[in-house]
Write a protein that binds this ligand. Structure first.
Ligand code: ACM
Length: 766
């Protein structure tokens, strides 16, 4: 018989403990796949079984929530449970608990014997019900009837970090049906979002009935196809999600018109639907700019009767005529009757004020009121409207431009202009309440990519420079979905899901350490999204580059991000379809070609298409450098460049040597360019991959080849490429430009498929 030494034994024990705790963590994720994750969750043993005999026991004040719970459970059981006030041992109990002080907070206890949902607010009970929904089998979402439903035992104490957890939807640029709004609300509720901001009017369409001004919708809700529609139609050739929804196309007087609007009754229904789910609907009637749809029917609204685009934005309504205020107040009077929300959004963004300067009425008003400039004239309009809102007991929200000409302390600022980073800081220091919606990363109309979920999850709504007291001004954040290029429900789904789940967890749980667990829980949530028929963006295919090279043969294998997906490919340049062959593991590539790959769900939904360009290459031989000096020789250009090539021939501001690919801390100019010149000396023959992340543009050339092209003005994005290099030195040129608004520059490499890492300083020579 052979005995382990104690060293062996303790090693085995440690391994066992690690294995068990790893397994326990994985089990916990699959038992409690909750998004957003609760503030505190303690796992329990066993399950509570719900059958048609289970009853719902309630405190009087939670009658609506008891019905919501009953509706949910009946989808899985095929029957409603009895709702009672009589004690019943096998029950789900809704309990009023005045000690649960935080707004929207709840406690949830599930044991094999009973379920107790406790809260002070009905909203807390409702959030607990959505937690229960995520604990129930996915089958409850698609009406699959079962005799019993099982809830895993646990104890949760939960409350949100931020009070404003918002989603915005632009229904002007493309119109969305009432049915879709209700779906959208339902999904928000599932992830505990609580504010729906509807962008109801813009240049391209007026979407809400106003009885006093019927032409706003008779005319303003309909258009012949515009340039955004044409752009969508072009993209629809490759991607049917860009097809304009036929439901919103009509024929009138021999013309094809596109659009639609909500009647006041319909919208009241949406507001009630949202209210039952503890979501406020905040209406935005955007003015004084973005008003072309209204001006078209009511030209008296402008200073000069014109209705057209100025240099950047459309011409606004005129703040110097009393008629304008009468119109605005009449419109908002009707809006306030539809929307009981405490908040009303006035817009106030992107105003071309140039016509105001030419108007006699404005000149006279500015003189009379002592208004010093055009931003102050805009403030005159906004501040007067705020007084009107306040007189009706409402609070005004405006986009952050409204602080430019001076703003009251009571207006609520919705920050969006990422390139004006001090706007929310100024607003918070001025005492205004602030909602954060910066374009990066919270404009969900921006194409999602492999980084977008992480960026949303790691976004911190609180600007770093605010102290604790000032930070209280930031009440939360919101994602905005501008719909210029979102003409269909499927495209909308794709743009905001699953990004919204990252936003939900950031705003509710706000614990960056949970990111890895969030990603695992998200994998579980995809099953629920499938059952709900959400056209979510499929998870990224991991580890793919933009450009590949090979010397003898290339090999492509891809790890599936979800086990249910099938990866298919083409080599004829056409997009993969469900009829394309499955990707073998590996696919052997013997000639230069373009391989397109995409993942498909069992239902046939296609994920993003990846174009992988394979080029056969001879291994690049080294060059002689004598005597090599350490580091790269760099030139700094203090100017604005749209593309890296424009640096060539420009005036060099200074030069320096660096052994690290970075921007020196001495660089303070908002716009600049840097060229890094020299050699990269690699220690062994191989296929080298380079990953260039930059904001704005960058181009990497090794030898005479463009190895990575990440040029142009854009936010931080990674592009990657390969080159076959023989051991030794190779000419190395990196060009980088920053156009303004903050930069990022990161270059990593990997050899023969290893983990990407930084380029060692000793490799860089000049
Ligand atoms: C905006 O994106 N114009 C608020």
């Amino acid at each position: 018989m052979k005995f382990f030494t104690s060293k062996h034994l303790s090693f085995k024990l440690v391994t066992l403990v690690i294995f068990i705790s790893f397994n326990a963590a994985a089990q916990e994720i699959s038992r409690y796949p909750l998004i957003p994750y609760p503030a505190e969750l303690v796992a329990g043993k066993g399950s509570f079984i719900i059958t048609s005999k289970t009853s719902i026991l309630l405190a009087e004040r939670f009658w609506n929530e008891a019905n919501e719970l009953n509706d949910l459970l009946s989808k899985g059981l095929g029957k409603k449970l009895s709702i009672t006030k009589n004690p019943n041992p096998h029950a789900i109990k809704l309990v009023y608990d005045a000690s649960i002080a935080a707004p929207e907070a709840y406690k949830l206890t599930i044991t094999p014997q009973q379920v107790i949902i406790a809260a002070k607010d009905p909203a807390g009970i409702f959030h607990a019900i959505e937690t229960i929904r995520q604990l129930l089998p996915v089958s409850i979402e698609d009406g699959n009837i079962a005799k019993q439903l099982s809830l895993p035992a646990l104890t949760i104490e939960d409350h949100p970090t931020y009070e404003w957890r918002g989603m915005h939807l632009d229904v002007s640029r493309h119109f969305f049906s009432i049915n879709y709004l209700e779906k959208f609300i339902d999904r928000m509720a599932l992830y505990k979002m609580n504010k729906l901001h509807l962008h109801l009017t813009d240049d391209q369409g007026w979407r809400i009935e106003i009885k006093r001004y019927p032409r706003l919708t008779e005319e303003g809700a309909w258009r012949t196809f515009n340039n955004q529609d044409s752009a969508c139609m072009k993209r629809a050739v490759d991607n049917p999600d860009f097809t304009i929804d036929k439901e919103h196309i009509i024929q009138r007087d021999g013309k094809t018109l596109y659009g639609g609007f909500y009647t006041q009754d319909e919208m009241k229904g949406v507001v009630a639907y949202a209210a039952a789910r503890h979501i406020d609907v905040i209406p935005e009637i955007d003015m004084p700019g973005h008003m072309m749809a209204a001006i078209n029917s009511y030209p008296f609204l402008t200073c000069n009767g014109e209705n057209k685009f100025g240099e950047l934005f459309s011409k606004p309504i005129c703040p110097c005529n009393e008629n304008t205020f009468e119109f605005a107040e009449n419109v908002f009077n009707e809006i306030m009757k539809i929307f009981p929300s405490k908040y009303i959004h006035i817009g106030g963004d992107e105003v071309d004020r140039s016509d105001w300067a030419k108007s006699d009425a404005c000149k006279a008003l500015m003189q009379k009121e002592g208004i010093k400039d055009l931003p102050a004239l805009q403030s005159y309009f906004i501040n007067r409207m705020e007084k009107f809102f306040n007189s009706k007991g409402r609070k005004m929200i405006g986009w952050d431009e409204i602080i430019e000409g001076g703003v009251t302390k009571t207006a609520i600022i919705m920050y969006w202009r990422g390139w004006v980073p001090d706007a929310p800081v100024k607003a918070a220091k001025n005492g205004n309440t602030v909602i954060m919606t910066p374009g990066e990363p919270l404009y969900f109309d921006a194409q999602p990519d492999q980084y977008s979920i992480s960026k949303v999850y790691h976004f911190n709504p609180i600007p770093k420079v605010l102290n604790k007291e000032e930070a209280k001004a930031i009440i939360g954040a919101q994602a905005n979905i501008w719909s210029e290029m979102i003409p269909s429900e499927k495209r909308a789904d794709y743009m905001y899901m699953p990004r919204m789940t990252a936003l939900a967890e950031m705003l509710w749980t706000n614990d960056q350490n949970k990111y890895d667990s969030y990603l695992k829980r998200l994998v579980q949530q995809y099953n629920r999204m499938d059952a709900l028929k959400i056209n979510y963006r499929l998870p990224d295919l991991p580890g793919l580059l933009n450009e590949y090279v090979f010397t003898d043969e290339g090999k492509l294998s891809i790890t599936k991000p979800l086990p249910t997906l099938t990866i298919r490919y083409t080599t004829d340049g056409l997009p993969p379809t469900t009829a394309s062959p499955k990707l073998p593991s590996p696919l052997i590539i013997k000639t230069s070609e373009l391989v397109k790959v995409a993942a498909f769900t069992p239902a046939g939904t296609r994920g993003d298409i990846y174009s992988l360009n394979y080029t056969q290459q001879l291994m690049l031989g080294p060059v002689k450098i004598a005597p090599p000096k350490p580091g790269l020789a760099c030139s700094y250009y203090k100017a604005y460049f749209k593309e890296t090539a424009l640096m060539h021939g420009a005036k060099v501001d200074s030069t320096f040597i660096t052994n690290k690919i970075e921007v020196p801390s001495t660089v303070k100019a908002p716009s600049f360019g840097i060229t890094y010149r020299g050699y990269i000396e690699v220690p062994t023959d191989g296929i080298y991959s380079f990953y260039l992340t930059c904001d704005d543009g960058g181009v990497l050339r090794i030898g005479n080849n463009v190895t990575v092209n990440n040029d142009g003005n854009h936010s931080a994005q990674e592009r990657s490429g390969q080159i076959a290099l023989a051991m030794g030195a190779h000419p190395f040129n990196l060009d980088f430009i920053e156009g303004g608004g903050g930069f990022k520059l990161l270059l990593k490499y990997s050899l023969n498929g290893s983990e990407p890492k930084e380029i060692p300083a000793s490799w860089l020579k000049h």
